[in-house]
Design a protein around this ligand. Structure first.
Ligand code: XUL
Length: 446
């Protein structure tokens, strides 16, 4: 069976045609928001803002990106008319606000990189304390919908009142593809809102009401793994050569989709995804929360739960250090795998694990005076040691799958092997999130 998997990520949209019996990508197309949709003024996928805590994007950019990726797939000669189902995923935590007429009530959407809600997190902590993590799988978290909605309702009560639906980007894309106002939030992405009760997989009514009056009614229904809700492709997508009416699998978050795309949805191995964010995640045999309060529990699209820890300074930080050192990627790759050069932590964006203001690189040696080689090795060492330390609560894994753009780097894989003392496997493609979406589409078509 051929299915399409879409990955609507921070910096662009990718769409692949996947052959489920061969387990192979047969065609793919990508859109980069900065290069291909410059009219949205978001070179790295968000609107530059002097305040590093504010990270927002125009939601129209994501839909234009989706359409352009599908058009490029069609124009590359991909067998669009043979596609039997479409599925996919999106960057987690971005929220989209719609009025009753389907228009946007909030012109720019906060994305996962936003950390402007420290005050709102303190309010949630004061109201719910540690019960929030026990119930929703995560402590109050700045980028999650609960904190973001408190802020929106306080700053613009009229716009909040005019909002009929608050989607995650994933559920919004499902709605667009199926031509419906309503599409469900899946438990993978939905758990990243501080609003879903993970013991019932229903919205936690009391938390929703405490966040903002009438919030529960503004949230989409919840899609549980294997749920019976069915969505079909809207007629307008025939212009991309697709058959209208084919199943649309409810979209999930990029990390839950990657779990499926790597074939790691059963407990036993972990995944390190090296993208705009670096994440470490694994299917979870038993529900446990991070005692240090950095990690999360999300729904596993294959059923049950997954653990996840997210690091904000991922590929953009690696690229910035590379450029500052004046080297190309092949040189960076050749150098970066060896330790012994000290540790450096790049805080170009306000870090979330652990919380740290955007202050630049902090090293245990004189950063400014150091040679480029030392800087590069120390930054990879610092990023991975931090990841190792913050994911101890999840457990030890003999096998780790590496995915995301930077998993192409043999040097980074070598450093993972050394620091995690694990066998490191990579997929043929680095598109595990899109492939996960394509596999979820196949399940929806059966
Ligand atoms: C996970 C997170 C990021 C985004 C990146 O909690 O915030 O990994 O999903 O797209």
């Amino acid at each position: 069976m051929l299915t399409i998997g879409v990955d609507s990520s921070t910096q662009g949209t990718k769409a692949v045609v996947y052959d489920t019996s061969a387990g192979k990508i047969v065609a793919s197309a990508a859109v980069n928001y900065g290069r291909d949709l410059p009219e949205y003024g978001a070179p790295d996928g968000f609107i530059p803002c002097a305040d590093p805590a504010v990270r927002r994007a125009d939601p129209r950019m994501w839909i234009d990106g989706l359409r352009l990726a599908l058009a490029r797939l069609r124009d590359s000669g991909a067998p669009m008319s043979e596609v039997a189902a479409i599925g996919g995923c999106a960057q987690q935590h971005a929220t989209v606000y719609l009025g009753a007429d389907g228009g946007f009530t909030r012109e720019s959407s906060p994305i996962w990189m936003d950390s402007s809600t420290t005050e709102e997190v303190a309010r949630l902590d004061a109201m719910f304390g540690s019960s929030l993590a026990r119930r929703t799988g995560s402590p109050a978290t700045e980028r999650f919908a609960a904190a973001q909605v408190i802020k929106f309702a306080r700053e613009d009560p009229a716009a909040y009142a005019a909002t009929a639906r608050i989607h995650l980007l994933s559920s919004y894309i499902t709605a667009v593809l199926s031509g419906r106002a309503d599409a469900p939030v899946d438990t993978g992405d939905g758990a990243g809102m501080n609003l879903l009760d993970l013991s019932t997989l229903e919205w936690a009514g009391d938390i929703c009401e405490a966040v903002a009056p009438g919030l529960e009614k503004k949230l989409p229904p919840v899609h549980r793994p294997g749920g019976a809700d069915r969505y079909a492709l809207a007629p307008e997508f025939a212009s991309f050569g697709l058959k209208p009416g084919i199943p649309v699998a409810p979209f999930t978050g990029d990390n839950p989709a990657s779990l499926v795309g790597c074939g790691a949805e059963k407990p036993g191995c972990a995944v390190i995804s090296l993208g705009t964010s670096d994440t470490f995640f694994a299917a979870m045999p038993d529900f446990r929360t991070d005692p240090d309060g950095y990690g999360h529990v999300f729904g596993n699209p294959a059923g049950g739960f997954m653990s996840l820890v997210c690091f904000k300074n991922g590929s953009l930080a690696r690229d910035r250090v590379r450029r500052e050192c004046g080297v190309e990627w092949d040189r960076f790759d050749a150098i970066c795998g060896d330790g012994g050069a000290g540790r450096a932590f790049p805080y170009f964006e306000t870090e979330i694990t652990p919380r740290h203001e955007a202050t630049g690189v902090e090293a245990d040696f004189d950063w400014a005076a150091a040679e480029p080689e030392r800087k590069i090795r120390a930054v990879i060492e610092g990023q991975l040691l931090n990841m190792y330390e913050r994911t101890r609560w999840i457990g030890d894994f003999p096998v780790i799958y590496a995915t995301g753009g930077a998993s192409r780097s043999a040097g980074i894989l070598k450093a993972i092997r050394r620091i995690f003392d694990a066998e490191v496997r990579t997929l043929d493609a680095t598109d595990s999130a899109a492939v996960g979406g394509a596999r979820l589409a196949a399940a929806a078509a059966r």
